[in-house]
Design a protein around this ligand. Structure first.
Ligand SMILES: Nc1nc2c(ncn2[C@@H]2O[C@H](COP(=O)(O)OP(=O)(O)O)[C@@H](O)[C@H]2O)c(=O)[nH]1
Ligand SMILES: [Mg+2]
Length: 373
């Protein structure tokens, strides 16, 4: 999962590493020069006898003792010492050191479908995380790059994070959830997955067949309802979706059901009539939560659609589907940022359990390659 994101990031890591190496190299040179000037005898590979004659008598006692104790590996011990000297120092990352690595990072993010304003925000965060950082030379440079990026991603992804299960548990019942998005992105499948997720946690669920537009949509939801043993409230194809969903809510109230999951027809954000119809559904049914569903593989298109849907109706969160199908990862980062609302779940396959609750840490671990899919 998200392999291309990992690959793309290698450019940033390498650029940062080589900058640090450059600085380390410069420091090491300085240190070596300083040490060599200070201890010419130790630096030379002269035989011990020669080193002992004359010079030793003038040398301070401590220095004599030191040389004596390290006789057989005299040069090695000097190198070790020089190394330690450098290791104990720190390289401070300055603005000019970061230009190149941050450019590589921004390119990697854009190529991974991270939307431009989001990529810029991440770069800004990474920059402030690295700027002025005193880098212990002994530490792994790749790690520094990873840590900075991990921190920035976590920060951005955690900003609007809500826990779906806590949300459901705290909310007055029945909780009314409406699923919206363009056609074929996985709304109906996600409804079935979320229904299963809720049933597994002891909630009773009603499904509302609010996609009255597409032939076969009601039957598709009924198939899921039958498999899961759930009531599906439906009208005829071509009926008023707001009325169906309203009925489902009434049904849930009358039968003490905990959650109503309402399907809607797929609609393009450019179709004014259908967008108006969606606004009407929202007005009439007053959902507690509007979930925008789109495909992680749609990249920037998904981000743009999320933005436009959110401008029409107040989205409370998103589900990104098909993350199993070679998604680059960027849309998962961007959709939350652009809408200002959290990604609630990721779809990772076609069966009911293929739904993971979105946790910033979970995503970052996968994006950064620490955990396998
Ligand atoms: N690989 C994969 N396929 C999915 C996922 N979610 C949905 N699908 C498939 O996407 C197709 C469209 O799904 P559907 O729920 O009918 O989309 P809708 O038009 O938005 O309701 C179906 O073939 C689903 O099985 C997912 O997370 N991963
Ligand atoms: Mg559907």
């Amino acid at each position: 999962m998200f392999n291309r994101f990992k690959e793309k990031l290698s450019g940033f890591k390498e650029a940062l590493s080589s900058k640090i190496q450059e600085k380390v190299g410069a420091k090491a040179d300085q240190a070596e020069k300083a040490t060599t000037a200070e201890k010419p005898a130790a630096a030379s590979s002269q035989p011990q006898q020669e080193a002992r004659s004359g010079a030793v008598s003038e040398a301070p006692k401590a220095r004599e003792a030191e040389r004596d104790s390290s006789k057989p590996k005299n040069r090695l011990s000097f190198l070790e010492k020089a190394k330690t000297l450098v290791f104990e120092q720190e390289v401070v990352l300055e603005e000019k050191d970061l230009d190149e690595p941050l450019w590589a990072l921004e390119m990697a993010l854009l190529e991974s479908d991270v939307a431009l304003p989001v990529a810029e925000e991440i770069v800004k965060e990474v920059k402030s995380g690295l700027l002025g950082v005193k880098k212990k030379i002994g530490a792994d440079t790749g790690e520094l790059a990873e840590e900075a990026l991990r921190g920035a991603l976590l920060n951005i992804l955690s900003r609007n994070h809500i826990d779906f299960d806590e949300y459901i548990s705290d909310k007055e019942k029945p909780v009314k959830i409406l699923f919206v998005g363009v056609n074929g992105t996985g709304k109906t499948t996600s409804i079935a997955k979320v229904a299963k997720h809720l049933m597994d946690r002891g909630y009773s669920v009603v499904l509302a067949a609010g996609d009255t537009f597409r032939a076969g949509a009601i039957e598709q939801l009924e198939v899921h309802g039958n498999k899961l043993g759930l009531k599906v409230v439906k009208h005829k194809t071509g009926g008023d979706p707001a009325a169906v969903i309203f009925d489902a809510i009434e049904y849930a109230k009358a039968h003490n059901k905990d959650v109503v999951l309402a399907d809607t027809a797929g609609r393009l954000h450019t179709n004014i009539n259908l967008m108006d119809q969606m606004k009407k559904i929202v007005r009439v049914t007053k959902p507690d939560l509007l979930i925008f569903v789109d495909e992680a593989i749609a990249g920037n298109d998904a981000v743009e659609r999320a933005r436009l849907f959110n401008e029409s109706v107040p989205i409370g969160g998103s589900i990104l589907t098909k993350t199993d199908a070679d998604a680059k990862g960027g849309s998962a980062i961007s959709v939350a940022y652009i809408t200002g609302k959290p990604v609630l779940f990721l779809g990772i396959g076609q069966t009911y359990p293929d739904l993971v609750k979105f946790e910033p840490q979970w995503l970052v671990d996968r994006l950064m390659g620490e955990a396998e899919a």
